[in-house]
Design a protein around this ligand. Structure first.
Ligand SMILES: NC(=O)c1ccc[n+]([C@@H]2O[C@H](COP(=O)([O-])OP(=O)(O)OC[C@H]3O[C@@H](n4cnc5c(N)ncnc54)[C@H](O)[C@@H]3O)[C@@H](O)[C@H]2O)c1
Length: 369
C-alpha cells in the first residue's frame, strides 16, 4: 500500500497533535475524522480536506480509510476498536488499550484477522534510554534482577487539566486516575523491562491533591516470579517530582534518570562476593559506566510511522496492542489491592475487578449517556 488512509476517531487534545504529524508523513494521510462533536468534525474535515463523521460506524462502513487511530476517552477504546477490527481496518489505539482487563481481553480477541495490524500508542518504548536498558537486561550482562524501584512523581497536573473534560478523573469516564491515564507508559515499561509481577500490594489515595474521585497518589509493593521485589510510586500532585528508575541486579545497579543511563557493574556477582569475601563490610569492586543513549527517540511520531510501516509490510510493530493488557492488568491489580486491603496475586481475576469497578462507576460523578 503506497498511501495509508488513517481515520482519526476522537479528535481531542492528543489526536490533534497526532493529525499534525500524520499530515506530513510520506506514506500516510488523515483519511477521515470522527468525533461526537459536530463542530469539531466540520472544522477538522475542512482543515484536512477529508470526510467527517459523528458516527464512527458510518465512517467504517463507507470504506474511506484503511486504518483508524482511536483517541477517545478510555471505555470507547474497546467498543470502537472491536468495530474497527470487525470492519477490517488496521487499528492504532491510544493507551490504555481498555480501562480494565476484561475489556482488554474482548478487544484483543476481536483481532482474529492477523493480516490486520493492531498497535498501541506506547510511545515511551521509543526512548533510547529505555531501549538500551532493555538491551542490557536481556543480554544477561546485568545478571538477575533483585529489586526495582520507580519513582515517577513528575506527572503534575493542575485543576485546569482535570476540568478540560467531564470524563477525566472519573470512574465512569476514565476508569481510574494516575494509574489509567498517566502511568500506563511506565507500567508498560516496567513489564517490558522486568516482566510481569506475581504479587501486588498497593496503597492508593483518592483525590489526595485534587477534587477528583480517582487515585492521584499511589505507592505499590510488587514481587516477581524470581523473588525480586519492587516499589512503584506515582502522583499527579507533586512538583517538581522525580522520574527515576533504579534496577538492582546480581551484577550491580542500573539507573535511568534524566535521559541518562548508568550501570555500576560489580567485578564479580554480588551473591558470589557475599559468600567468598574474607572482609566483614567490604563491597564488591564495581565500575561506574555511563551507557550511550541518544535522547527520547521519536515518541508518538515513531509509533505512528512504525504502524504505517507495519501495514506496508516493512516493519515489526514496536508496541503490539496485545501487549497493552499488561499495563492495564497491573494498574487494575493496584486499585484492587487498595480497595480490598489485600495482596493481589497475578494473573488478576478480571471479572472480580470489573465487578468492583462497576460499583465505583455507579457512584461516579460522571454520568454516561
Ligand atoms: N500517548 C500519550 O502520550 C497520550 C497523551 C495524552 C492523552 N492520551 C490518550 O489519548 C486519549 C484521548 O485523550 P485526550 O487528552 O485527547 O482527551 P480529549 O478529551 O481532549 O479528547 C477526547 C475526544 O474524544 C471525543 N469523543 C468522546 N467520545 C467519543 C466517541 N464515542 N466517538 C468519537 N469521539 C468521541 C471527544 O469529543 C473529544 O474530542 C486517551 O486515551 C488518553 O489517555 C495519550
Amino acid at each position: 500500500m503506497e498511501q495509508v488512509r488513517i481515520a482519526v476517531i476522537g479528535t481531542g487534545w492528543m489526536a490533534r497533535q497526532h493529525m499534525e504529524k500524520i499530515a506530513d508523513f510520506e506514506h500516510a494521510c488523515v483519511g477521515a475524522v470522527s468525533d461526537i462533536n459536530q463542530e469539531v468534525v466540520d472544522q477538522l474535515a475542512k482543515q484536512y480536506e477529508c470526510p467527517g463523521y459523528t458516527d464512527h460506524k458510518q465512517l467504517l462502513a463507507d470504506g474511506v480509510a484503511d486504518a483508524v487511530l482511536i483517541a477517545t476517552p478510555h471505555f470507547f477504546h474497546t467498543s470502537i476498536g472491536i468495530d474497527a477490527l470487525e470492519a477490517k481496518h488496521h487499528v492504532l489505539v491510544e493507551k490504555p488499550i481498555s480501562a480494565h482487563k476484561s475489556d482488554c481481553e474482548k478487544l484483543i480477541a476481536a483481532h482474529s484477522d492477523k493480516d490486520l495490524v493492531f498497535g498501541a500508542m506506547f510511545n515511551q518504548r521509543t526512548d533510547t534510554m529505555y531501549k538500551k536498558l532493555r538491551q542490557v537486561l536481556q543480554s544477561g550482562d546485568a545478571g538477575e534482577i533483585t529489586r526495582m524501584q520507580w519513582t515517577i512523581t513528575d506527572w503534575f497536573r493542575s485543576d485546569t487539566y482535570y476540568n478540560t473534560g467531564d470524563w477525566r478523573a472519573t470512574w465512569a469516564g476514565e476508569g481510574g486516575g494516575a494509574l489509567l491515564n498517566q502511568c500506563p507508559h511506565q507500567l508498560d515499561m516496567l513489564i517490558w523491562l522486568c516482566g510481569m509481577p506475581k504479587k501486588v500490594h498497593a496503597f492508593c489515595r483518592f483525590g489526595q491533591y485534587h477534587d477528583i474521585e480517582v487515585e492521584d497518589d499511589v505507592t505499590a509493593y510488587i514481587e516477581f516470579e524470581n523473588g525480586a521485589s519492587g516499589v512503584f510510586i506515582t502522583t499527579t500532585g507533586e512538583s517538581p517530582g522525580s522520574n527515576r528508575l533504579e534496577i538492582n541486579t546480581t551484577r550491580g545497579k542500573l539507573v535511568a534518570e534524566n535521559e541518562k543511563l548508568s550501570f555500576d557493574r560489580t567485578e564479580v556477582p554480588v551473591p558470589e562476593f557475599a559468600r567468598t569475601s574474607p572482609e566483614r563490610m567490604d563491597h564488591p569492586p564495581a565500575w561506574h559506566c555511563e551507557l550511550p543513549t541518544s535522547g527520547p527517540g521519536g515518541q508518538h511520531r515513531e509509533i505512528m510511522e512504525n504502524f504505517v510501516d507495519a501495514i506496508r509490510g516493512k516493519a515489526e510493530l514496536i508496541a503490539p496492542a496485545a501487549e497493552g493488557i499488561w499495563s492495564v492488568e497491573l494498574a487494575n491489580a493496584m486499585l484492587y489491592s487498595a480497595w480490598t486491603g489485600q495482596t493481589v496475586e497475578l494473573p488478576l481475576d478480571g471479572a472480580a475487578y470489573a465487578a468492583l469497578l462497576e460499583e465505583k462507576i455507579s457512584g461516579s460523578r460522571y454520568k454516561r449517556d
